[in-house]
Design a protein around this ligand. Structure first.
Ligand code: ZN
Length: 238
């Protein structure tokens, strides 16, 4: 597969000849696969030039596949703050009979069995927190999907909520929608943007204008919500 390098990013692409085309076109599908459609007689050396000319556009549209930026690692100690639906909650680690997690006002209280030695606290807190967030995501995200199904006018064939290293969500050709549980740390408006984004992919499996047009009909200020993810995505990636 040919590749081009733009700055630090190397992009694989495929070339497909289309006899009825008069001009070349670049497509990016929902799997971030780049295809250049060219007329039969197109000079293949010009493809690279064409891609370089679209460098900014390519990077912008491929940003889904850029690994989420990471902040310095959390330490999982009392007083540290974690986002839940856009609100900062303070972590409180408590020794108790049994392990568990509860949200209590502005606190996320994590109970650690008193038999656990303190050196093991951080990894156990992390594990319990992750499990709790995933459970909350499994409660919250299907609700948001259900809310937007009649509005977008399409449902996923299956909904999967899991951890993804480099995306907030994706939609497969077979109708499966996957959402990253970490998105429930974002404000409700941003969670809804991700939900509508993936549902809209059921109609448009790409990021070209008909796709963004469809989103803006439901979420006119979607650009702001998208920007929130760019600015704060790192905070969700502990
Ligand atoms: Zn997308």
């Amino acid at each position: 597969m040919p590749t081009i390098t733009i700055g630090k990013t190397t992009i694989d692409y495929a070339i497909e000849k289309r006899s009825r085309r008069t001009h070349p076109a670049i497509q990016i599908d929902s799997y971030q696969k780049v295809t250049v459609l060219v007329p039969d007689n197109f000079d293949l050396h010009a493809v690279e030039l064409l891609l370089h000319g679209k460098a900014r556009w390519l990077l912008k549209h491929l940003n889904h596949s850029v690994p989420l930026p990471r902040l310095p690692l959390k330490e999982f100690v009392s007083g540290e703050r974690f986002l839940f639906r856009g609100r900062l909650q303070a972590l409180q680690v408590v020794g108790q009979q049994e392990s568990g997690v509860v949200m209590d006002g502005g606190l996320i209280r994590v109970f650690i069995p008193i038999t656990v030695v303190p050196q093991q606290y951080p990894s156990l807190v992390r594990q319990l927190l992750t499990k709790w967030y995933l459970e909350e995501a499994n409660r919250l995200l299907p609700e948001r999907i259900d809310h937007y199904v009649p509005i977008v006018g399409v449902a996923p064939t299956r909904l999967k909520i899991a951890e993804y290293k480099s995306r907030w969500g994706f939609c497969r050709e077979d109708g499966l929608i996957a959402l990253n549980w970490r998105i429930i740390q974002a404000p409700p408006s941003v969670i809804d943007y991700v939900v509508v984004h993936e549902l809209t992919h059921r109609f448009h499996l790409h990021h070209r204008w008909p796709f963004w047009d469809a989103i803006s009909e439901i979420i006119p200020d979607f650009e702001m919500r998208k920007q929130w993810l760019r600015d704060h995505g790192a905070e969700l990636g502990w």
